[in-house]
Design a protein around this ligand. Structure first.
Ligand SMILES: Nc1ncnc2c1ncn2[C@@H]1O[C@H](COP(=O)(O)OP(=O)(O)OP(=O)(O)O)[C@@H](O)[C@H]1O
Ligand SMILES: [Mg+2]
Length: 474
């Protein structure tokens, strides 16, 4: 507030100076005007020759002024002196041409003997016609009185400001600090909070102006609280899941130590191996989930890739496992289907889908993987003829650590959560639905996992003319 005040002050001084001068001029101009008309009344034309009947006393009276010097003179039509001070300057020629009217009094600022001069002057004609002989009456006065009066006016305006402005500063200071006090109180309340305290700020003592801000802050706190809760639950779940296989391992190791029979010992060791596999699978899944989640938080560079080719490569790596389980693993080629993606994350996603399909399909079943381009979308499907999924479970299975009832203790319940995280990174939608009837109208067992990606069309791709026109390329 102080900076604009200090900026406005000089401007106000300049205005005061200007107006004080014009106000101070007014009464003194008036008295000059009277002098000029007094002289004009003493002039008489006799046959066109002007005479000034101004007695010496009157001239002395005219010039008497305590502060300023007053000059006057009377010039004829040839600008030659008739009476008065010879050196008093006549009006400039341009001025006299413009202002030459009978009996009008004009003013101008001039200079005489190095002093500023205010001059009042008048042209007086012998008759009504401008062709008649004429005289010029001029009365000039130095400007000391005017300056003094102007200075007095300026001082009377500016001096009080030396008191008023500091007073205004103090009042503004006081008003602002009073006005900002609620803000300071709010800041203190926020500063005094403990780090872990994410409870909303009570709106009771918050002033009206700060309410929207506080509400926005509270809603952010609520979202943070939600995230922190989710993380806490996840850590608790993860710890619990980790403890189960580790406790199992410990028990099995204790049993193995007591075992004398080499065959039994081998059996116990094999079980320990299975337990270790399970624990390390859980750790792998936790890491994969953490990675997928981290890529969801930071912007990923997604590059164009052929989803169909990627799927074929991955399916090939699962053939051995499918053969072991006597499952018919199939892949339906589709040609190039381009999407924007991250190969590493997509590999993780497809591995999880194939792992589920093979794991939850009994021996003798069938698993088919395919990519289909449909409109603006690329559909990645893994269809199996396994145990299927209930409508209720089909949503819940994407939650972390959720496993449908009655499953053997093999999985960790994280696979589809990872799939969903990775789908989100690719702006894709993931779903797991039970199979419906096939083309021949027969009920199909099992279910289909489907991820719908936005299709990527390279700007340089050659489109058929009709499509090109539709999409505005033409
Ligand atoms: N193809 C499928 N057929 C039937 N049920 C499935 C299928 N895929 C997933 N499910 C069900 O969804 C649950 C969650 O699957 P998810 O992949 O998330 O975990 P998981 O397979 O149990 O463990 P993980 O994949 O971490 O080893 C599974 O426990 C299973 O009950
Ligand atoms: Mg799984």
């Amino acid at each position: 507030m102080l900076a604009p005040l200090l900026f406005v002050w000089p401007i106000s001084i300049a205005f005061t100076h200007y107006f004080a001068n014009s106000v101070a001029s007014f009464p003194y101009d008036q008295s000059l005007r009277e002098h000029v008309s007094a002289i004009s009344r003493q002039i008489a034309f006799e046959k066109g020759v002007p005479h000034l009947a101004l007695p010496g006393m009157a001239q002395v009276f005219l010039r008497s002024d305590e502060i300023d010097n007053v000059y006057f003179h009377l010039l004829d039509g040839k600008f030659e002196l008739i009476a008065g001070d010879p050196e008093l300057p006549p009006p400039p020629l341009a001025d006299s041409v413009v202002n030459k009217e009978h009996g009008e009094i004009h003013f101008r600022d001039d200079e005489y003997r190095g002093q500023a001069l205010r001059v009042a002057y008048m042209y007086l004609f012998a008759g009504d016609d401008l062709a008649e002989p004429w005289v010029l009456i001029e009365v000039g006065e130095t400007t000391e009185k005017r300056s003094q009066l102007a200075n007095k006016i300026i001082a009377s305006v500016i001096l009080p400001q030396f008191v008023i402005i500091p007073l205004a500063v103090v009042l503004v200071w006081f008003g602002l600090s009073q006005g900002l006090r609620p803000l300071t109180r709010l800041r203190n309340r926020i500063e005094a909070r403990r780090e872990a305290d994410l409870s909303p700020i009570s709106l009771g003592r918050v002033p009206e102006e700060l309410r929207p801000l506080t509400e926005a802050f509270n809603s952010m706190l609520a979202r943070m609280q939600h995230n922190v809760d989710a993380q806490r639950r996840f850590i608790a779940n993860a710890a619990h899941q980790m403890r189960t296989p580790l406790t199992g391992l410990k028990t099995q190791a204790q049993l193995a130590m007591r075992e004398r029979d080499p065959a039994e010992l081998r059996h116990a060791l094999r079980q320990i191996l299975t337990g270790v596999d399970r624990a390390s699978h859980l750790v792998d899944q936790l890491l994969a989930l953490a990675r997928a989640e981290a890529s969801g938080h930071s912007p990923q560079t997604l590059l164009p890739l052929d989803l169909d080719q990627l799927l074929r490569e991955i399916v090939e790596t699962w053939v051995v496992r499918a053969l072991e389980k006597r499952i018919d693993l199939g892949y339906e080629p589709a040609g190039t289907v381009s999407i924007l993606g991250n190969t590493f994350l997509l590999r993780e996603m497809i591995n999880n889908l194939l792992d589920n399909a093979l794991r939850y399909t009994p021996a003798g079943g069938r698993v088919t993987a395919r990519v289909v381009a449909q409109g603006d979308f690329a559909l990645l499907e893994v269809e199996d003829s396994g145990s299927g999924i209930s409508d209720d479970d089909s949503h819940k299975v994407f939650d972390r650590f959720y496993r449908a009832d009655g499953r053997s203790g093999e999985g960790s319940g994280l696979g589809l959560a990872i799939v969903r995280e990775i789908a989100e990174v690719h702006q894709a939608a993931a779903s797991l639905r039970p199979n419906t009837v096939d083309a021949s109208g027969q009920e199909q067992p099992g279910c289909t996992a489907r991820i719908v990606f936005p299709l990527h069309r390279a700007p340089s791709a050659r489109l058929p003319l009709s499509e090109a026109v539709q999409s505005g390329f033409a």
